[in-house]
Design a protein around this ligand. Structure first.
Ligand SMILES: [Zn+2]
Ligand SMILES: [Zn+2]
Length: 439
């Protein structure tokens, strides 16, 4: 495991949670690719060799049931060691998109060491592997095969820095550094590993971004929408000087997106920023960034909701008893135009006018639409026919995808496609930081 606030001087081992207690999983099947180089340690004491490459695991009253194993002691933990660089264990089912409406079950190929135990009556699976191998795997789920080298290297450096800065430590109480999903970074084992992503890790081995002798907390998102967001607008009030409101552009663009009028103009225009179609045609995003849709309209986009849909959504998510929505009023914006406070005025089921204020970018995205808005950098237009008392619906016109702080993936891609080098890209998104090879 990573040690908090310590900069490692050699490649660390990382522990990744693959199956979590909240998945409430009580069975699992494993398929071992290379029997001869795999061994199993039971209860941290007894090593057994493997005779069958298929293993079924389930939970019983005494602990873990390992089909075919006839030991006397109840099994409480299992460790699989794979002593080969190419071997893997195919594990299924594993949830992907945990907690989101698009969650599904997949199978993953996991290299190195697998640890299985029981927490709160269900299975927990942890994959322990060297950090650089992990980074090569993470890179492929974030990028398509045709990415320019400068972008792959930049993405790998910031994924490594984020990991080693290790600020969030969301799962430390369960004994692993990160989980396998969007909550931390997406990791599907070696499923989609490519030569390119392996090279990306190899060519930047041990390189991180440093500021004031600390590894930078290099959070990143898909598209800033034209101006980067600063740390304290989104998370706790601990400003980071390398994470400020800066135009994602070659020339300085002077805009104050905290002002409603300027924000309106901004969203209705296509400024020359690195993440704009001026630098990267949107219909080509798919071949560079794996998990985007064909159309790829993330720089400027429009989403509509009917009044009824919105009423259902706010009632469900905010536990209100609204009958109708009267208006949506932006009260406060951050420097990238992302909304920090939104007032919803509505009439409740007793015909009383009420209002509620939603705070924080993430919460506003969640509350305004069933599908979760791409970003909260939106302007809101009412659909209101003449003579009608209430709006029939709302149109959200937005900029960007994600929180917008730190590296803007589409912008970094736009820079790489236009000849910028890896160091120019990372210094643009984390100004004042320095690249350093720590091992
Ligand atoms: Zn996580
Ligand atoms: Zn951008």
């Amino acid at each position: 495991m990573l040690i908090p606030e310590v900069i490692p001087d050699k490649e660390p081992l990382l522990r990744v949670g693959i199956i979590l207690p909240e998945d409430k999983q009580n069975s699992l099947s494993l398929k071992i690719s290379d029997l001869h180089s795999t061994s199993i340690l039971i209860n941290n004491s007894q090593t057994v060799s493997v005779s069958d490459n298929k293993i079924e695991i389930s939970v019983n009253e005494t602990g873990i049931e390992l089909k075919g194993h006839r030991g006397v002691e109840p099994v409480t933990s299992l460790k699989f060691f794979q002593n080969s660089d190419t071997g893997y264990i195919l594990v299924e089912p594993v949830i992907a998109g945990r907690g989101f409406h698009w969650a599904k079950y997949i199978s993953v190929k996991l290299p190195y060491t697998l640890e299985i135990k029981i927490v709160d009556g269900s299975l927990v699976l942890i994959n322990e592997l060297p950090l650089e191998s992990y980074l090569a795997c993470v890179a492929t789920s974030e990028m398509g095969a045709e990415c320019p080298e400068a972008f792959i290297k930049a993405q790998t450096i910031i994924a490594r820095s984020w990991m080693l800065a290790n600020v969030e430590q969301k799962h430390i109480h369960l004994g692993f550094d990160v989980c396998n999903d969007d909550c931390c970074q997406r990791y599907h084992g070696i499923n989609n590993l490519t030569d390119q992503s392996k090279e990306g890790a190899l060519n930047t081995r041990g390189q991180v971004l440093i500021y004031n002798n600390e590894i930078c907390d290099t959070r990143y998102s898909k598209s800033c929408g034209g101006v980067m967001e600063k740390f304290e607008s989104l998370w706790e009030n601990k400003p980071l000087s390398y994470m400020q409101n800066i135009p994602d552009a070659k020339e300085n663009i002077c805009v104050d997106l905290t002002k409603e009028q300027e924000m309106k103009k901004w969203v209705n225009s296509v400024p020359r920023t690195f993440c704009s179609p001026h630098y990267i045609p949107e219909n080509q995003l798919k071949k560079y960034l794996g998990n985007v849709d064909e159309e790829g309209k993330y720089f400027r986009w429009t989403v509509e909701t009917s009044r009824q849909e919105l009423v259902e959504n706010i009632n469900e998510k905010l536990k209100l008893n609204a009958k109708t929505v009267l208006s949506l009023n932006p009260l406060k914006r951050a420097g990238s135009g992302r909304m920090l406070e939104l007032e919803i005025r509505y009439i409740d089921s007793n015909d009383n006018p009420k209002s509620v204020i939603i705070e924080k970018d993430y919460e506003i995205r969640r509350v305004l639409h069933k599908m979760f808005l791409f970003s909260s950098a939106i302007i809101i237009e009412e659909v209101k026919p003449e003579r009608s008392d209430y709006p029939e619906g709302f149109i959200f016109k937005g900029a960007g995808w994600g929180h917008g702080a730190g590296l803007c993936q589409i912008g970094a891609l736009g820079m790489a496609l236009n000849g910028y080098k890896t160091d120019e890209i990372v210094y643009h998104y984390y100004p004042g930081s320095k690249l350093k090879k720590i091992y």
